[in-house]
Design a protein. Structure first.
Lengths: 102, 830
């Protein structure tokens, strides 16, 4: 339990990173970037909203981590949750910064 | 009992015979750890010799020293040996030798598995070296890219040697990873909470967990490529819906975490040795663990940076470029913690510290070029040039060899009981440091001047001549340094004077014993109250020798050690470890027979050693346990604890969990491959999809669920004291698993296109095979339980075996359902 709690934020990053990469491959193969929705493409909206949800989830993990047993377990949980949020923010940023399928 | 009598009694229990018999039957962790280390250095010498030949070839333009065919074998084997036969086994050996001593235990959790791992490593390595001697060594580069390594372009057995030999060695790596993880989590001294655990153990725990997740993709990739080469299943053939990029993904899913798997144990050595050299405590214990966890996860998000030039869209490049740059932060955090420790302390420039200074210099340079290569535009320019060769050597030699040599000098007195001869080690250090930088710093420049890697020669007009000549001269200087290190170590073993105990003043438990270490490590096991128990209590070694700790009594010939709660370190139970046996050697030899049959194309004959492995595994498990309950046994200090067969959460249960995690990663990798082919590979959709098979699928699914439910029923019946019900439920569960196998095979034969026709069919067949193999494993597990109930080995108290069988049946049931969903989806959707 100690290790699971201490890694929760990073586990979320790993799952989110895989999800974004998987969606990207699927979206490009299915031409979602050519479907226009609300001034953007379906592809872009989907990826950006997934990224935002992941960020919110990571923020929630930080909040939960503060309830871990005190001592090293709490410090590790909070630190890795913060690291997870930072990692999701940075590694997910290409969804708004780069071209989609080129 | 006097200390001397206790020593003799415990040595009789934990020791091993002299000579050849000892070599064959020993399972003791100190012995096996030393064997791993010596074997790794022997392979290092071979790999280093190959490097000398490479540099001799490249020293001058137009060299006729070796031709391209031999040169291809040289660099492929150099990389493969250094990665698979040197680096990983070396830290495994160090872990096997040191971990129980640092954790206050008497051995690893699965001693026979350690020995089996070493024999597999030795035999697998010998296959590769024999191929080298016979001139049929692998020649497609250490990452074996398809289509170069496919049958069309490598028709000989060169690639098969790599695929089968390395997979054989990987068995050893997975075995070691499971064992290291379980040992760290369960076999610590009482009182050693996770936050009191030595940092070295933290590093190895994260490394072991990474190995459990990282190695299965490589094993899967090797199996798929070998099946393509042997049976023409076109996983990687774009003409039939396969994709060479699938190989690259699976390989680097393993390959990049591998870099950190190699670096982290060496960083653990730094975190252990550096504070002792600085005469202070490590700075930022908690921060270092947080950095370790971050590294462990982030390192799995970098693999595509090896594939930046394969035409991947910008957004995907962005994901992996960002992750590649991000990983520098936790690495940098550790570097700052080490610098802060030096700043806090009073460092002494003893030999291990000298190597640590070398590590700082070389590794930081390698890290900086790593950040450069993480940037896509720069990588596009430097890809496949000698710049990359320079970078990876700075990272691997700086991040692994320098710390390991620091560790070697630090712990050699522990191995030998002797002190070193002055100045030889210092001379070796300077030769290695100067030679290394001369060789590889210049290689950055040859790379930037455009020299590609893996070319066997170059014309003089390129302007690379002097840089290459100096690199080659540097490599020979470095080789002299390593030779001097070997001589220094040998002199210490055979000629030096006795060392005093704890010569460096270390605070961790491995120094709380006589040196060289006795076979049992500790005469009695300590109660740990501090992160550095020896620093907190200078008389601890004496107290333990006097029998003032746990399990001081040598009784019944039992090999006893303590197991604790994974987090709190509270006493959990007593583990009774198996003694000396030749079973690991026999099992490894038969496993080797299986791989050799595949290598030489005797596919039907390979079923014989495969059946042999299953029979030996059965015998392996059968040798453990009792037919009667023992109850709690006294452990000293007025306390008692149950033995592991009668306690929940025994090491065997934990080992099974980690093995299934590795297995689950392999299934996830296979599903990734299946999805990747559907989405990305050319020549899709396939000419023929699955036709029918829904009925067979439903039968397989129902039987798989029934098998899992009945295995659970077996366990509950046993726990309730109803062996008759347990026997019946287990027999029916075995029958259900047999139905799963038949239904899956029926589905494949009647509904799927031939696997040679298209990658879709090949991948579907691979999924079906995975499900059937796991149903067979579940069947064997539950049949074993059925037999053990009948023989009286299982009772309501002794329920470890049914609980392990339940795990495997649960996993098999879940895996079969996932496989069926994937395979039947095209039929259902259509």
């Amino acid at each position: 339990m100690f290790l699971a709690r201490a890694s929760a934020g990073l586990i979320l990053w790993a799952a989110g990173f895989s999800l974004l990469y998987g969606l990207h491959g699927l979206g490009c193969a299915s031409d979602w970037n050519e479907v226009q929705v609300a001034g953007g493409t379906l592809f872009r909206w989907l990826l950006v909203s997934t990224w935002m949800l992941l960020c919110l989830g990571a923020a929630a993990v930080i909040r939960l981590a503060r309830a871990a047993p005190s001592g090293l377990e709490r410090r590790l949980s909070v630190t890795s949750a913060a690291a997870g949020l930072a990692a999701i923010l940075i590694t997910g940023a290409p969804v708004v910064l780069t071209s989609a399928c080129v | 009992m006097t200390a001397l009598r206790r020593h003799r009694a415990l040595t009789a229990i934990w020791g091993w015979p002299e000579g050849w018999r000892g070599l064959i039957v020993s399972v003791n962790h100190s012995d096996i750890g030393k064997r791993f280390i010596l074997t790794a250095f022997a392979f290092f010498a071979i790999g280093g010799g190959l490097a000398m030949l490479i540099r001799a070839q490249l020293a001058t333009p137009g060299s006729a020293f070796v031709g391209p065919e031999i040169y291809n074998q040289l660099f492929t084997m150099h990389g493969s040996i250094m990665m698979f036969l040197f680096a990983i086994p070396l830290f495994e050996g160090l872990a096997l030798y040191l971990l129980p001593k640092m954790l206050g235990s008497r051995d690893m959790a699965f001693p026979r598995l350690s020995a089996y791992g070493w024999w597999c490593y030795l035999f697998g390595g010998m296959i590769l070296i024999a191929a080298l001697a016979l001139g049929v060594a692998p020649d497609g580069g250490w990452f074996m890219y398809t289509p170069l390594s496919s049958k069309a372009f490598t028709p000989g057995i060169n690639a098969d040697v790599w695929l089968l030999g390395i997979t054989f060695v990987e068995i050893s790596a997975i075995a070691a990873a499971v064992e290291i993880a379980v040992t760290i989590l369960k076999l610590r001294a009482p009182g050693m909470r996770l936050d009191r655990m030595p940092l070295f153990a933290w590093y190895l725990l994260v490394t072991a967990l990474m190995m459990i997740v990282a190695f299965p993709p490589l094993i899967l990739a090797s199996v798929l490529l070998e099946v393509e080469r042997a049976f023409d299943w076109p996983f990687f053939d774009p003409g039939r819906g396969g994709s060479p990029l699938l190989w690259q993904h699976l390989f680097w899913l393993f390959g990049h975490p591998e870099v950190y798997i190699i670096f982290l144990p060496a960083a653990g050595v730094v975190s252990t040795v550096l504070p002792v050299m600085a005469r202070t405590e490590i700075l930022g214990y908690g921060w270092i663990i947080a950095a370790l966890l971050a590294l462990g996860f982030l390192s799995f998000g970098l693999w595509v940076h090896h594939m930046f030039t394969t035409g991947i869209p910008h957004m995907a490049l962005g994901f992996f470029s960002a992750a590649s740059a991000l990983v520098a932060i936790p690495t940098g955090l550790q570097i700052f913690a080490w610098i802060g420790t030096l700043w806090n302390g009073r460092p002494e420039m003893k030999l291990p510290m000298l190597y640590l200074v070398g590590f700082f210099l070389v590794f930081v340079l390698g890290g900086l070029t790593g950040v450069m290569l993480a940037m896509v535009p720069f990588d596009m320019q430097a890809h496949d040039t000698h710049f990359v060769v320079a970078h990876l050597h700075y990272v691997l030699v700086g991040g692994f060899i320098f710390p390991m040599l620091a560790g070697a000098y630090y712990w050699l007195p522990h191995f030998t009981g002797r002190r070193r001869i002055p100045l030889l080690g210092e001379a070796a250090f300077w030769l290695i440091l100067v030679g290394f930088n001369l060789t590889f710093f210049l290689m950055h420049l040859t790379g930037l001047l455009g020299m590609p890697r893996r070319i066997h020669t170059y014309p003089a007009e390129t302007g690379w001549t002097w840089l290459n000549l100096l690199s080659s001269a540097g490599s020979f200087v470095m080789a002299f340094g390593f030779a001097l290190f070997a001589i220094d170590a040998a002199l210490q073993v055979f000629l030096s004077r006795r060392s005093r105990r704890n010569p460096w003043g270390g605070g961790t438990l491995e120094w709380a014993m006589p040196i060289p270490a006795p076979a049992y490590n500790f005469a009695s096991l300590p109660q740990v109250e501090d992160r550095e128990p020896l620093a907190a209590d200078a008389a601890l070694a004496l107290k333990l020798a006097r029998g003032e700790g746990y399990l001081a009594e040598a009784r019944h010939g039992w090999r006893e050690t303590m197991a604790v709660d994974t987090t709190t370190g509270a006493i959990d139970h007593v583990v009774l470890l198996p003694g000396n046996t030749r079973l690991p050697l026999l099992t490894a030899a038969v496993t080797g027979g299986f791989f050799l049959c595949l290598l030489f194309g005797f596919y039907w004959l390979s079923l014989v050693p495969l059946a042999g492995v299953m029979a030996l595994a059965w015998h392996w498990a059968w040798m453990l346990g009792w037919r009667e309950d023992i109850g709690p046994v006294p452990i000293g200090n007025g306390q008692a604890a149950p033995v592991h067969h009668e306690a929940p959460g025994a090491p065997g249960w934990w080992g099974s969990v980690f093995l299934l995690v590795a297995d689950g990663t392999m299934l996830a990798s296979l599903l990734f491959g299946y999805a990747f082919l559907w989405v990305v590979a050319p020549n899709w959709p396939p000419p023929a999809l699955i036709e029918g098979g829904v009925v067979s699928g439903l039968v397989a699914a129902a039987a798989a669920m029934a098998g899992a439910a009945l295995a659970r029923r077996t366990l509950t019946a046993i726990m309730a004291g109803s062996p008759r019900t347990g026997r019946f439920a287990s027999a029916v569960a075995a029958g259900a698993q047999a139905v799963v196998i038949l239904a899956l095979l029926s589905l494949g034969v009647t509904a799927l296109p031939p696997p040679q026709s298209h990658a879709y069919a090949a991948a579907s067949w691979a999924l079906i095979t995975y499900g059937a193999v796991h149903a067979l494993i579940a069947l064997l597990c539950i049949a074993f339980v059925r037999t053990r109930i009948a023989s009286g080995h299982v009772s309501s108290t002794r329920s470890l075996e049914p609980s392990v069988a339940r795990l495997f049946n649960d996993y098999s049931g879940t895996a079969v359902l996932i496989v069926l969903v994937c395979v039947l989806a095209p039929a259902v959707v259509r």
